[in-house]
Design a binder for this molecule. Structure first.
Ligand code: CAO
Length: 600
């Protein structure tokens, strides 16, 4: 007999109001027992809420962006007798929390959930981790020091602190997946020392205070539980500034202390100039520290597990989910692409991917003056990798021109005013350019094609989904408007406005940024003349639009003041010939100059 099981947020330690960053199921979905149904994320932990039972999702009480605490309703799952898992425990063995969850279910005759794991199967301890990190009270992990000996709110570990794994709830034998420090490293308070990952949760173990790491006792692959020794943190050397370290083989404590902040992130220079053994240890492991922490992929524990099972290195997978999060589709897409790529093509790609280019030398900027090191937002790191890949792999050429939009602008203003009066959207230039570009793509379809991964064929797309670059506080995002050729200017204005707002609010879904055949980057609202946009691979073309200005244009008899918009069309020269690009641009200029041509 079917019963309805109400899933609630399990015990998540001291955390309150933890944002829901991903909903992994929809109403009507069939879920397996323990399948991740939602992901929560705080500063220090990413946690999946698993389905307590196999069943069908009847209703969902949360949405992305909601903030939840222990006990909040997540969803109702109908647990069918037919597909109920065999290993159900008797009802009387159910923990109290589970029984309560079942009683709260909307079922007309609610049955106590027989399984007992319910939502409380999410074992969660981040509060403990956070307590360690925050330094409020004696760090709980430090069992070797009485509380009064461990400075409660210490910024620097004046006395040695033995750092151990904090209370991680029901978990034991949790694998260590990243060790981000080495003996001799100088760490800041709250800097992540190691990352643990189980099937359901990824947890950072942060430094309870600033200090120098010694006696590192764990390595990647170790399985740890509460109380496992991590390392010892001591304070004195952490106060030495970077220049002092490079100068002195036996660093002296420096009262300033701020200079050391730069040390872990400018390792190359320190390393290069270190003159003696004394300076070496602090910098020796730093390159790994910086690299490792830069490449922690942004994915939920279930996706990490999925990737591990397939042997996929998540650092190589681009994330298309909100804020660049890696989704299951991304992992599957990566695997498909890897399988489609023959070994010869793979090595050819490697030979041309830019590997082998000498790296830009690291510089210890602190030796020239005061500096501040700010970690990059994940989205910026992801888009940086994407842009770098495109820049190195694609031979870019940028065709530039100017379109006379004097008439178009007069019409746009009039239409925008009418639209505003009728309660419609504001009509900016962007939707007009999009519409014109859609027409151009029909005439010059190679601009909406993609090169096959083996470089042997051109994949022509018969749809006209166009992406547009949106500037957001977290970095560049490219939402995609579908079927631009079939939509009116007003519809395009509404959609670009909504997508740009979602991008700025960090609410774009993975699907909002997929499927584009061509991109437009408009800096016209900001200023500047031409620029060279980078092709958004695997697309082969991107249009840059700069600020329209009135210029004197010769009409054969006199100079006329005309509103000219600068256009920059970057393209992949492996696919597009220069003449083809020039013809494409000519048509675009013609269409923008006389929008009546759009209806021809
Ligand atoms: N020339 C002159 N004025 C322009 C213009 C142009 N080419 N394009 C837009 N404008 C005007 C608009 O008409 C509007 O003017 P009013 O407020 O007087 O009506 C103003 O500039 C602001 O427009 P907007 O930028 O808000 O709107 P949009 O539709 O043109 O652009 C969006 C939307 C999302 C593309 C834009 O906000 C944005 O984020 N641009 C940055 C994209 C970016 O970062 N690109 C670089 C990527 S790296 O290659």
């Amino acid at each position: 007999m079917a019963t309805e099981l109400k899933v609630t947020v399990p015990d998540i330690g001291d955390y309150q109001d933890v944002p829901v960053i991903e909903l992994l199921v929809a109403v009507g979905d069939t879920v397996d027992k323990d399948q991740a149904i939602a992901t929560l994320e705080s500063d220090k932990a990413t946690l999946d809420v698993p389905a307590p039972e196999a069943g069908v999702v009847k209703s969902i009480a949360i949405k992305v962006g909601d903030k939840v605490s222990m006990g909040d309703a997540v969803m109702v799952i109908e647990v069918g007798a037919a597909d109920a898992p065999a290993e159900k425990a008797p009802a009387e063995e159910a923990p109290a929390g589970e029984a309560e969850a079942s009683e709260k279910a909307d079922s007309p005759s609610p049955q106590p959930s027989p399984e007992g794991r319910g939502s409380s199967s999410l074992p969660l301890p981040p509060g403990e981790v956070d307590a360690t990190a925050s330094g409020e009270g004696a760090p709980p992990a430090d069992e070797t020091l009485p509380a009064e000996e461990a400075p409660p709110a210490a910024e620097t570990a004046a006395e040695p602190i033995a750092v151990t794994i904090p209370d991680i709830g029901d978990y034991s034998d949790v694998p260590v997946i990243e060790v981000l420090v080495a003996d001799g490293d100088t760490v800041e308070k709250d800097q992540t020392l190691v990352v643990l990952e189980s099937d359901k949760a990824t947890l950072d173990v942060p430094a309870p205070a600033a200090g120098v790491v010694s006696g590192l006792a764990i390595k990647v692959g170790d399985k740890v539980a509460m109380g496992t020794a991590v390392c010892v943190l001591s304070g004195a050397a952490s106060r030495a500034s970077a220049p002092e370290k490079t100068k002195s083989p036996s660093p002296q404590p420096s009262p300033g202390g701020r200079g050391s902040k730069s040390l872990p992130l400018q390792p190359g220079a320190v390393d290069a100039t270190a003159s003696g053994e004394g300076a070496r240890p602090a910098s020796a492991a730093a390159p790994e520290t910086a690299t490792a922490s830069d490449t922690i992929p942004y994915a939920s524990p279930s996706i990490r597990k999925f990737a591990r099972e397939l042997g996929v290195d998540l650092a190589k997978v681009g994330g298309s989910g909100p804020k660049g999060r890696i989704t299951q589709d991304d992992v599957q897409g990566y695997v498909k692409l890897a399988l489609a790529k023959p070994p010869a093509a793979a090595s050819a790609a490697a030979a041309t991917s830019g590997s082998g280019i000498p790296p830009i030398p690291a510089v210890d900027f602190a030796q020239f003056g005061e500096i501040e090191v700010k970690p990059l937002a994940r989205i910026r790191k992801l888009s940086a990798a994407h842009l770098h890949r495109a820049w190195l792999n694609i031979p870019h050429v940028t065709q530039t021109d100017e379109a006379d939009i004097t008439e178009l602008e007069a019409f746009r203003k009039e239409a925008s005013e009418e639209s505003a009066k009728a309660g419609g959207p504001k009509l900016t230039l962007l939707p007009f350019v999009m519409k014109a570009m859609a027409k151009v793509l029909e005439a010059y379809p190679e601009f909406r094609a993609s090169l096959s991964p083996d470089g042997e064929s051109l994949i022509h797309k018969r749809y006209t989904h166009i992406g547009f670059a949106a500037d957001t506080p977290n970095g560049l995002m490219v939402p995609v408007v579908r079927d631009v050729d079939r939509k009116s200017i007003t519809q395009l204005a509404v959609e670009t406005g909504e997508l740009a707002a979602k991008a700025r609010d960090g609410k774009l879904k993975g699907g909002d940024m997929k499927g584009g055949v061509f991109s437009i980057s408009s800096l016209g609202g900001i200023g500047g003349s031409h620029f060279t946009p980078i092709v958004n691979a695997p697309e082969v073309g991107i249009l840059g639009v700069s600020k329209a200005v009135i210029k004197p244009v010769w009409d054969g008899a006199a100079f006329q003041p005309r509103l000219m918009v600068p256009l920059s069309l970057s393209y992949d020269h492996r696919v597009i010939d220069g003449a083809y690009a020039a013809r494409t641009m000519v048509l675009l200029v013609k269409l923008l100059g006389d929008m009546r041509r759009l209806v021809l």
